[in-house]
Write a protein that binds this ligand. Sequence first.
Ligand code: ADP
Length: 475
Amino acid sequence: MFRGKLYIDGTWTGDLLDTFDVKNPATGEVVGVMPNGGKAEAAAAIEAAQRAFLKWRKYTAAERANFLMTWHDLLLQQKEEIAEMLTMEMGKPLAEARGEIEYSASFIRWFAEEGKRVYGRTVPASAENKRIHVQKQPVGVVAAITPWNFPAAMIVRKMAPALAAGCTFVGKPAELTPLTAVKIVELCEEAGFPKGVVNLVCGDAKEIGEEMTSHEHVRKLTFTGSTAVGKLLMKQSAGRMLNLSLELGGQAPMIICDDADLDKAVAGVVASKYRNAGQTCVCGNRIYVQETIVDEFVKRLTGKVVQLKVGNGLEEGVHIGPLIEKKGYEKVKAHVDDAVAKGARVVIGGKGQEGNDSYFYDPTILTDVHDEMLVMQEETFGPVAPIQTFATDEDVIEKANGTRYGLAAYFFTENYARGIRLSEALDFGIVGWNDGAPSIAQAPFGGMKESGLGREGGQEGIEAFLETKFVSIGL
Ligand code: ADP
C-alpha cells in the first residue's frame, strides 16, 4: 500500500493529519492513503510558492528548461511504475496509462522549449524621444485543481507551462486519484527544482479551493473538472480578480457524412467513444450518421465494439476498465435505461457488472435515438454510443451546436469543401476532421461556451501563465 504525503516548501508532510483511502476501482481494494489536508496546508503551500516565486522568476528560460527536461527524462524512465500506479487508482487499461505518461511527458518537453520563446515586442512610438516596449512576465503563484480521469496528464499539462513561464505552483489532485500526482511531484524533487517551486496539497476540496481563490498571493487559478465546480470557482475567484483557465464539461457531437471513409469513421468513433471507458471530456457523446449509410455504419461499428474486452486494466488485453465510482455507474445506467424506456434499441451492450465496490459497464451502441433522451442532452461519461440519423448538413450543424457546451466536435467526410464548411460552422474549441483523437502538446486545447475559458497546449498554453506589461520609455 502506498502512503502518499503532501509536498510543501520542499518537504513531504502531513503525517499528523488524518488520512483518507484511495481505492482501486477495478477491485474495491485500498491501494493507498493520503493525508487529509485543508485550509492550513493550502495556505502554507501558497506562501512557500510566493517566496519561491521571487527567485524562480529570475532564472533564465534555459535554466528552467533544464529542470523541466530532467523531470521529463525521469518521468519517461519511470513510465512503467507510474503507469501501474495510475491504472491501480483510476482503472484505465495499462496501455492507456502508459500512453498518458508519454502524453504528459510530451507537454513537459514542449513547454521546456516554448519557455525560451516568450517574446515581447517593440512598438513604434509617436515621438522621437519615446520608446514602447511590451514585456511578458510570469503571472505569479498558480493554483491548480485537477480531476480523476487523467491523473497524470491533467496536472502535468498545468505544471509544465506554469513552471516554464517562471510561475510557481500549488496543485490539488482529485481525492479519487492523488497517488499518481504524488509520484510525479517526487520526480520534480529528484529533478532538483528549488524548494517551494512545486507544491502538492490534497484533502478537503472545498476548503482548499476556498483558500486558493481567496489567498492574497495566488494570481492564477487553473482548473479542469465539471462545469458546476468550474462556475463555483469562477464566482469565488471574482473577489480577487484571479486570472482563470477553466477546462470544463463537453457534449461532443460526432458527425458521419455519407461520403466518409467508413473505416476511418469507425476507428475514430471507437477511439473517441470507448477510450478511458468513455470518461473523458472530449469523448464523442452524440453520434449523428447520415441516414443513407446508417445500417452499414452500425454494422461495422458493432463488428469492432464486439471485440472490446471489459475488465481489470492491469490485465493483458483489456480495452475497457471500470467506471471510476458508483455515482458514475449509476449515471451511465440511468442514461441507457432512459433511452430504452423512450424507444432506443440496444444493438450491443446495455448492461453493467457490479462487483465488490467495483462497477463495470459494457461497451454499448444504441440506435433509434432522439433528442428527448438524456444520452443526447447530457455528458454520459461512459462507454455508450447513441446513434441518431440526419438528412442535411444544415440540420446536423444545428443539432450539433444546440448545446451549452463547446469543447470538442468530430466529423468524418472525404469531401474537402464540405469538411471546411463543417469545421467553420461548428461552435467548438476542438474539431477533429477524420480524427477521433486530436489532442497534442503543440496545439491549443480548450472549449467555447460553458466548456470553459483559455487553452492548454500550443503557444496559447504558456500565454495563459504570462502577464503583458507595456513599458513607455521617455528618452
Ligand atoms: P468530476 O465530476 O470529474 O469529479 P469535479 O468538478 O467534481 O469533477 O472534480 C474536479 C476537481 O474539482 C477535483 O479535484 C475535486 O476535488 C475538485 N472539487 C470539487 N468540488 C470542489 C470545490 N467546491 N472547490 C474546489 N475544488 C473542488
